[in-house]
Design a binder for this molecule. Sequence first.
Ligand code: ADP
Length: 182
Amino acid sequence: MTRLIFLGAPGAGKGTQAKVLAGLCKIPHISTGDILREAVANQTPLGMKAKSFMDSGELVPDQLVIDLMRERLSQSDAHSGWILDGFPRTVTQAAFLDDLLSEINQLYNYAVNLEVPDEVLIARLLGRGRQDDTEDVIRRRLQVYREQTAPLINFYQTRQKLVSVDGNAPPDEVTADLKNLV
Ligand code: ADP
């Protein structure tokens, strides 16, 4: 059973690679960013709470994301495996995920860290043109990543679950490296 957690800075290619690999493995690609953007577009209560945080490059409060993930992982398609993209993003979220998975008797295989140099990240994000990809917001998101998400590298290393993959290689090579893990 394939269950992977994708780590990596904004622009590292998590979303692109997670989608391809999930398609190959025929398991759901669970992206909190996609779920939140859809909630914002549909103006759901979750979306209305999340919007201002997302627009300014801040993280949405842990409790909102935790509640949405508890619900998402309990859906029937998630029983055949999954790739998590953009979650967990804080140590609080990672600790919650460990608790939730032991509660529902699931284990993840690895946390995969896609490594990409900072200057490449900024260039990629500026080229992407998403609504929250303005230069100031990008800088803030990278800062938030370093402060709140990068500590997860150590979190998963301590648990001997961390695998690092060069995210600065051509997309097909990154996919090939990832396929070797599953
Ligand atoms: P990127 O691909 O640039 O890393 P995402 O699409 O994963 O961005 O996320 C976009 C935004 O959604 C984040 O900047 C943040 O505001 C919010 N978000 C997504 N996942 C989480 C999470 N696990 N915890 C808190 N906020 C989140």
